[in-house]
Design a protein around this ligand. Sequence first.
Ligand code: AMP
Ligand code: FE
Ligand code: FE
Ligand code: ZN
Length: 291
Amino acid sequence: MWRPCEGVGVRIDLHTHSTASDGTDTPAGLVAAAVDAGLDVVALTDHDSTAGWAEAAGALAQGAPVALVRGMEISCVADGISLHLLAYLHDDTYEPLVAELARARSSREGRARRIVEALGQDVPLTWDDVAAQARPGATLGRPHIADALVARGVVEDRAEAFRHYLHSGSRYHRGHYALDAVAAVELVRAAGGVPVLAHPFAAVRGRTVGDPVVEELADAGLAGLEAHHLDHDAAQTRRAIGLADRLGLLVTGSSDYHGTGKPNRLGELTTDRAVFEAIEAGARGVPVLRG
Ligand code: AMP
Ligand code: FE
Ligand code: FE
Ligand code: ZN
């Protein structure tokens, strides 16, 4: 039975990944981990996919005492710069969005094959190695290639794989189709969802957008900025909070948990209860599920 804690102490983590994309916990395992971590609310936000929703919802139906926000993290591009857009509580059958996500996932597979082709010239790595690391139907990403390199003994962990071979400046790097960010915000809204820009100023990931791009997204219907994220330093967090304040956007915080693939711990960063309630109130797609 889900019981909201009153007032202070509510623990809300709005950004996590499962084996439906590049996390290492199954969707049901993720829900169990959220309960273990003492979370009151967890959002499942796999890359470009809602394939984990049903299994996560099943865990709640079995009585897991946590509220589940069904969401995803959409790969986007603006001005040639990669952006991640979190979508919360959208209708996952809204065809225009479904079609765009299918295109992105398919492009990700072709791109992963091209990366493996290039990398396989220099290190022992085949496509089968990578396929063995991903659950069938999972959104393929560089972390699966990293896991294959670990399994082959080429590197110790995902972090080393990214440092040596998979970072965005690497000669092995290849891009994939990503949605135009403004179009993605509009599609999420049209699907009844609430769009929040993930780790907007995380320069450790590569080039980041300027404030005018965020203003444009806000005009298109963006609801919030994920200011509190491990990939933000103090100045980047302050910048996101300041910009959210100026543009009238919500401020969220989350762990971006990926299971054992990254050091991020569930609930390490959290979102205020009032912000979560505003997201729930703004959604028209699917409801928050309560176990
Ligand atoms: P992709 O989706 O293929 O562009 O790969 C990006 C994903 O790789 C992100 O979701 C990150 O979680 C993950 N990632 C990036 N850098 C690292 C790192 N140093 N260690 C582990 N995972 C990483
Ligand atoms: Fe990821
Ligand atoms: Fe992200
Ligand atoms: Zn993420």
